[in-house]
Design a protein around this ligand. Structure first.
Ligand code: C2O
Ligand code: CU
Ligand code: CU
Length: 431
């Protein structure tokens, strides 16, 4: 709905019942339905407004993960919505085309709210994404793939009280877009998959056993050029867009392989040895030809570019198993103050033999180096969340372009949601 030039959405967080496994009804939460939420979509330059209503029996919030926007609109723990309440954030979309997402962020309760089903995609478009000639027929050759693991009880219902231990809830069943045994009927030569790890703790290694795929975008948008990969590793909160080719009549499966967790001492404790089928692709006997992706720089490319030479501030973040820089989240404490218009380098490291998924609100960063080496191609694009292999230093380049607010902070935190809820989170303001 467009009202006076503003694209207006509404989302209602509600309780419901879902059939996550065939034939079994289980209580879940969702936006505008029993599980997950609608895909929101807007164009660069558009003003958007969302009416967020909370029909849950407890406070929640809705955070626009990956979005550049004023802190008061961010939907973090400072913008909780009381039961029965409505919150009305509005902002202008001012960033490249990307696969973003939204999910609750209530203080100490994020794992529970996301695990029960509250999450959805927020897709952004711009001139460059149109010019790239990627498959873009939503639900046909442009397919959302929200991957989430769940613990199911013997009777097939969702186990709701599993957490409370390191590293948070690890499920034995993987749902794709809220379903087990997910498949998609393919009608074109190429399919674009918008992968989101919407899980609370699990890291996936997603790929096809019988073919490579073109990685075309990471969290914050298109890469400079597609990169052919066997698989992509996605930690909680991370996204990737891949394009895969199919032959007429064939069937293949997107698979979650044993994850390459990198220097984790007990990988099985992180679910690293598990493997799952994620999405079956069934190609029709006749496929519509898809154009070869073409990359032309966007009109905004120069303005969007981050330059390492511009960095004037370096901050260091050490994550142990519970804290960031020796501190746990305190809603009343501002941990970092950034100056508007500055470019910064954040040096982030997990100092324990445990990985983390480090996320920064408001910005898309560029990974300058991993332990001094240039990042692999899959980590070279725009990012807002990065898997931290233990004991490696990730240098992240970011710029605080606009939107100052001395009172309302943005968050940075581990996106393994049990860690986040345990207090592995800090707050920064831009002034
Ligand atoms: Cu996706 Cu602070 O979160
Ligand atoms: Cu976020
Ligand atoms: Cu963590």
């Amino acid at each position: 709905r467009v009202v006076d030039g503003t694209r207006v959405f509404s989302l209602t967080a509600q309780e419901g019942t879902s059939e996550l496994v065939p034939g079994v009804q289980t209580p879940t939460w969702g936006f505008d339905g029993p599980y997950l939420g609608p895909t929101l979509r807007a164009e660069r330059g558009e003003r958007v407004a969302v009416e967020v209503t909370n029909d849950l029996p407890e406070p929640t919030s809705v955070h626009w993960h990956g979005m550049h926007l004023p802190a008061a609109m961010d939907g973090g723990p400072h913008q909780e919505v009381e039961p029965g309440g409505t919150w009305r954030p509005t902002w202008r979309i001012d960033q490249p085309a990307a696969t973003l997402w939204y999910h609750p962020h209530p203080h100490g309760q994020t794992e529970k709210h996301v695990y029960r089903g509250l999450a959805g995609l927020f897709l952004l478009d711009d001139d460059a994404s149109v010019a790239a000639d990627l498959p873009h027929d939503y639900g046909v050759d442009d397919v959302p793939v929200i991957v989430q693991d769940k613990v199911l009880d013997d009777d097939g219902t969702l186990e709701l009280d599993d957490s409370g231990a390191e590293p948070g809830t690890l499920g034995d069943v993987v749902l794709t877009n809220g379903a087990t045994g997910a498949y998609h009927d393919v009608t074109s030569e190429r399919v674009r998959l918008r992968l989101l790890n919407g899980s609370t703790a699990r890291t996936y290694q997603l790929g096809f056993p019988d073919r490579r795929m073109d990685l075309v975008a990471t969290d914050g948008g298109l890469l400079e050029a597609p990169v052919e990969v066997d698989d992509v590793r996605l930690a909680p909160g991370e996204r990737a867009e891949v394009v895969v080719r199919l032959e007429p009549g064939e069937t293949t499966r997107l698979h979650s392989f044993e994850a390459e967790l990198g220097g984790v001492v007990v990988p099985f404790a992180m679910g690293g040895n598990d493997a799952f089928d994620v999405l079956e692709l069934r190609a029709a006997d006749r496929l519509t030809p898809s154009p070869e992706p073409a990359w032309t720089p966007s009109a905004h490319a120069a303005a969007d570019a981050l330059h390492a030479d511009d960095a004037t501030v370096t901050r260091t973040f050490q994550l142990d198993d519970r804290q960031i820089n020796g501190r746990r989240m305190d809603m009343g404490r501002i941990d970092e103050t950034a100056t508007v218009g500055t470019t910064e380098v954040w040096e982030v490291r997990s100092t324990v033999p445990m990985p983390h998924s480090f996320h920064v609100h408001d910005v898309q960063f560029r990974i300058l180096s991993v332990d001094g080496d240039p990042p692999p191609p899959a980590l070279a694009g725009p990012k807002d969340t990065v898997y931290l292999e233990p004991n490696r230093t990730y240098r992240l380049l970011m710029r605080f372009e606009d939107y100052t607010d001395p009172d309302v902070p943005y968050m940075f935190h581990c996106h393994m949601l049990w860690h986040e809820d345990q207090g592995m989170m800090g707050q920064f303001v831009v002034v």
